[in-house]
Ligand binder design. Sequence first.
Ligand code: AMP
Length: 299
Amino acid sequence: MSILIVGTTALDSIKTPTQENPRLLGGSASHAAVAASFFSRVKLVGGVGEDFPKKYIALYRKHGIDLAGLQILPGRTFHWSGEYEINMNNRRTLATELGVIETFQPKLPDHYRGAPFVLLGNIAPALQLSVLDQMKKPKFVVADSMDLWINIALADLLELLKRVDGFVLNDSEAGLLTKEDNLFRALKKIHHLGPKYVIIKKGSHGSILSGPKGMFICPAYPLHTVEDPTGAGDSFVGGLMGYLAGARGSIDANLRRAMVYGSVTASFCCEGFGLNGTTKTKRTDIEKRVKELEKLTRF
Ligand code: AMP
């Protein structure tokens, strides 16, 4: 089955303690779309400027991503730059230049509207709602978000949460949204806001799923070297949703395994700058790490 993914399609300038790489392909939708493309057919929704390099369009195409919903708009592409501290966990945003995203209005081509799986990647909640309004009865909708939207667009975000099946956020964002220090009390409060499934990302410490069948604790793949974790969260949710869209059987039967596939896909993202790690990966590499994680967590 196919999956529709909306989010930012960006140019990222990333600085780590050892390297600096300007204007790489990035954005929540780019990372999620490439991750999901290992498992299912992806329909991308986004907006880029006239400065968006043709080689990045070719890269989306190489991954079989449908670009009918990607608008090329007058102006400049969304540009984000960030810098990591020595531990590679703490990140500082240096600049966010919205460019064409400031006025971007998602318009779904007709053949996008029936996609059964929808990933509302990190972008303003008003735009996530606009995509949802254009869909015909999707089977499973998951939204991702970030602290910025909790701080500046809470009303839209709360509206969105009433309309999605699943919500993905990191542990500090769960605290910010619910004013709870305890993660498990926070989870309960987030369910009350609407989503049946809530997934908390904990970076290199894995993730936690809470749903009608209880909880699942998913490990991160143990990496010895992290080149650049930018987009790991988007790759996680892209891999997870792509796996679900490509699998037979019910959501509940597949969700735990989907979390593990998301986790492994994110590990490849961390091994290269921008999308370089993910785009080098093969499906067989993913399967190998999933087996390793299975062995590491069985008891
Ligand atoms: P992550 O490392 O998973 O938090 O995702 C990083 C990606 O998010 C980068 O590729 C950025 O281009 C993108 N990004 C940064 N700021 C924003 C924002 N305000 N809204 C949406 N995407 C963003």
